[in-house]
Structures are given as C-alpha cells and as structure tokens.
Design a protein. Structure first.
Lengths: 128, 131
C-alpha cells in the first residue's frame, strides 16, 4: 500500500523506482566485462600480426566470434548506462537532457549492432 | 521531467580529496573507454568490409598520433577496469573505511601504471611491426 498522496502521485514526484535496475545492470555488465576485456587484450597481444588475414581468421572461429559478440553487446550496454549517468548529472535543462539521453541510447544501439554484424559477417563468410 | 528527489550525493556527502578525485577520474576513464569502444567497433567493421578497408583503418590507427591516443585509451581502460573491481569490492561492504579506501586508491593507481606500461610495452615494442 502506497503512502503517497494522490496529488503527489498525479504530479509524478517521488522516486521513479528505476534506480535499482540501473545499478544492478551496471554491476552485472561490469562483472561480465572483466574476463571479456582480459580475454580480448591477451588474445590481440598474442596474435603474430594484426593484418587482415590474421585478424579475420582469428575472428571467425565460432567460440571467438561468440565472445566478441558478447563483448560488443555487453560493453555497449555498460557504456550506455555510464554515459546516461554522466548526462543526467552534467547536462542541464530538461529538453537538452532528454535529447542527449535519446541520442546516446540510439548511438549505443547502432554501434552495438554494427559490431555484432561485423563479427557475424566475418565469421559466416569464412564458414562457407 | 518532474523534479524527482535524487539519491543523496554531493550535497549530503562530504567528499574527501581522494574520493572526489577517484570518483571523477573513474567517470572520465569510463568516457574514454566508451571512445575506445567506438574505435574497437570501427576496427571490427573494417575487418568485415575487406582487406582494403581494413588496410585503410589499420593505417589510420598506426600513425604516431593514433598510437598516442591508443596509449591514453589503454591507460583509461586499465584504470576503469581496476577502479570498477574496487567498486565491486565496495558493493560487498568491504574496504569502505577511510584508511582502507585511501590504500586501495593508491593501490589501483600504482597497478594501473604498471599494467599500462607492461601492456604498452608488449603492444608497441615486444611485437614490433605488429600493427
């Protein structure tokens, strides 16, 4: 049972009840990113060269493609959550704030989709 | 947007020099890591577009300026990773005492420096001609 007054509810004041979800997603994505980032750094550093043939052969192995897709998606999600907080804190004025949040969200989805598509296309091309 | 009440932050907590510095630098490092993430995706897309597009991107990424940017982004990612682990430890309720948090601030600063130098050495010197 809510202790808020009907007037307060109508005006929309009070906590949005979304804070815990944001906090939790930020934690989960950060836990997932620790091994993924370490894997990426060590893998790239162990490659004999970074030319196109070596890199695409490396990317196309199914296990690595899976890890890369996970890395790209989770990093984009984590980045979106972090940039959102920075915008909320430093961009003032309701209009600008909403605009910046929308642009950031769209940009993150586009970048994540582009990264996943890139990994898939290299991986599937070499499979045929 | 309605003026919702915010969780207590700068107006409630008195931040020490250390907490202010490490909180701010972790945010800054996170933003830099986001920029690095865009470069990573750019590189993946170049690999998908074929050898010519890849050679162009790899060329653009191997200029001295790009290597400098890469070194800064590497520093940021390493710092953000370590500071993030510090936050995860804090979330378990450990290490929150003032003296402990000062110690961990110094610890991750030193570890960041060592790890960044080691990774940069590996990337730029040990495997010369790689990129």
């Amino acid at each position: 049972m809510s202790e808020r007054t009907p007037l307060g509810r109508v005006r929309g004041y009070g906590a949005a009840k979304e804070g815990v979800g944001h906090w939790w997603a930020q934690r989960l994505t950060s836990i997932a990113l620790v091994p993924l980032i370490l894997w990426l750094a060590l893998s790239l550093l162990s490659l004999p060269a970074l030319d196109h043939a070596t890199v695409s052969a490396w990317m196309s192995a199914p296990g690595r493609a899976l890890l890369l897709i996970l890395l790209v998606s989770i990093a984009a999600w984590h980045s979106q959550l972090g940039v959102q907080v920075v915008i909320e804190d430093y961009v003032h004025g309701a209009g600008m704030k909403v605009l910046a949040l929308v642009v950031s969200s769209f940009a993150h989805v586009v970048i994540a989709a582009a990264g996943v598509l890139a990994v898939l296309s290299v991986s599937l091309r070499s499979a045929t | 947007m309605p003026d919702r009440p915010l969780s207590p932050h700068l107006t409630i907590y008195k931040m020490s020099r250390y907490s202010l510095l490490s909180s701010f630098s972790n945010r800054l490092a996170g933003l830099a890591a986001s920029a690095g993430f865009v470069l990573l995706v750019d590189w993946l897309v170049a690999a998908a577009r074929g050898p010519q597009a890849y050679a162009r991107t790899a060329g653009a990424l191997s200029t001295p300026l790009a290597k400098g940017v890469f070194a800064v982004l590497l520093l940021a990612v390493v710092y953000h990773l370590l500071a993030g682990i510090r936050h995860l430890v804090w979330d378990t309720g450990r290490g929150l005492e003032r003296a402990q948090s000062r110690r961990s601030a110094w610890l991750i600063a030193v570890l960041t420096l060592i790890l960044t130098l080691a990774l940069a050495y590996w990337a730029f010197v040990a495997r010369a001609g790689g990129a």
